[in-house]
Design a protein around this ligand. Structure first.
Ligand code: CS2
Ligand code: MG
Length: 404
């Protein structure tokens, strides 16, 4: 089964998504998500100009060899653009193999080891009352795990707060410059325990509570946050410090037992092998579409399993339904699974991507369709052309650029 075609589809149904579609000479198609939020077109070029031409004529079922061919063959290893492109090829090839053998991908990975994938939803609010209402909405809908974020009193805007009640925090397509937010660490550190106390006082402890710090603290500040949140029994705090400094976690770890999660900006096992093998984190959160696809993410998860670190894949709405479908195939098949982020997708993404996973009682079920279980409607995709958007930036009150 040889690769006959490799095409890149760019579309913006609610937000921008880049999809790679590979077709075999036997007429089987496979999809891979190649979306890199805010830098989408760089991956489009990497694929169209460099990768797609090299795929033609290759054996579609030699997935690991093609992964190595693209990773080692480029000479320039790793990095988000390269690894997102490789991930898209990898997922598309798993999709083809699944369809060609009439098996869902998780069966090719060894089969399901659980009945459903525990997911967490995103609650947020401009005020504590709004946040509490939103948490109630998720618990009412059957979620067993909820991430909470609220606007920090005294700041004009805080990242991660819904704009419109959809659960999504995307940037409006209003020009080439990113939105600028102002950040104040002291105000945040005072507010975070108050927010968690309000959530636990209102809804109790019988659900998992998560929180994302978006890389904004120093190790000492992160340690202080972790300690101050211990009474509220969090499932994790995510991205407490800038993620590239793996040693930073030593200090955080030695001062708090609040579980730590990191990984959404990592793109290879080399970004996290120290964190994992030294047990400095509890959850590794790389995404299937930014960390080299199912083949590479499985290596990361296997390494994590050796050290008792569990998985918590990134699943924000800026990763397409193809990414979520791919993540679920892996989540259901790895023994050390922890949790999966689930934001869902903005309307009209459902016109473009036909998915078969379903939410039931706090869990996502990947379904048993052959392959990844997701298809794309190219005509629908063409109705939603690409719109340039940027992620926001963060400055301190005096104008200094701050960590994201
Ligand atoms: C966030 C993301 O979901 C998360 O955990 O950190 O929304 C992140 O900001 C985006 O995926 C960036 O593209
Ligand atoms: Mg995050």
């Amino acid at each position: 089964m040889k690769i006959d075609k490799a095409e890149v589809i760019v579309t913006s149904p609610g937000r921008n998504y880049v999809t790679l579609r590979i077709t075999s000479d036997t007429g089987v198609t496979g999809l891979g998500d190649a979306t890199l939020n805010g830098r989408e077109l760089s991956v489009v070029s990497y694929l169209r100009d460099h990768v797609c031409p090299q795929l033609i004529g290759k054996d579609a079922s030699r997935i690991t060899d093609l992964w190595e061919y693209l990773y080692k063959g480029a000479y320039w290893r790793r990095g988000p653009v390269t690894m997102t492109a490789i991930a898209a090829v990898d997922c598309a090839l798993w999709d083809i193999l699944g369809k060609a053998t009439e098996r869902p991908v998780h069966e090719l990975l060894g089969g399901a080891v659980r009945d459903g994938v525990l997911v967490y939803g995103h609650a947020s609010g401009r005020t504590l009352d709004d946040l509490l209402r939103d948490v109630g909405h998720y618990l009412g809908a059957g979620y067993r795990a909820v991430r909470v974020q609220a606007a920090i009193p005294g700041l004009d805007s805080t990242y991660g707060i819904h704009h419109d009640g959809t659960g999504h925090t995307y940037e409006p397509a209003d020009g080439r410059y990113p939105t600028e937010n102002v950040w104040d660490t002291a105000a945040y550190l005072r507010f975070a325990p108050e927010m968690m106390a309000a959530v636990r006082e209102t809804y109790g402890y019988d659900f998992h509570l998560l929180h994302d710090v978006h890389h904004r603290l120093t190790p000492r500040e992160a340690a202080k946050l972790g300690k101050s949140l211990e009474p509220f029994d969090l499932f994790w705090i995510e991205d407490a410090t800038p993620a590239e400094d793996q040693r930073a976690f030593e200090l955080v770890r030695s001062h708090t037992v609040t579980p730590l999660a990191v990984g959404e900006i990592f793109n290879s096992i080399w970004d996290c092998h120290e964190l994992i093998s030294r047990r400095l984190v509890d959850y590794i959160r790389c995404s299937v579409s930014h960390a080299g696809g199912i083949t590479h993410l499985r290596r990361i998860f296997d390494l994590a399993a050796l050290y008792g670190v569990r998985t918590g894949s990134h699943g924000a709405g800026d990763l397409s339904p193809v990414s979520l479908a791919s993540a679920l195939q892996l989540d259901i098949a790895v023994p050390n699974f922890g949790i999966q982020e689930y934001m869902g997708h903005l309307s009209p993404a459902e016109e473009v991507f036909m998915t078969h996973y379903r939410f039931e009682d706090g869990y996502l079920k990947p379904g048993d369709r052959p392959g990844l279980g997701v298809e794309i409607d190219e005509d629908a995709a063409a109705r939603y052309p690409y719109e340039p958007r940027s992620l926001p930036i963060n400055r301190l009150r005096d104008g200094t650029m701050h960590d994201w």
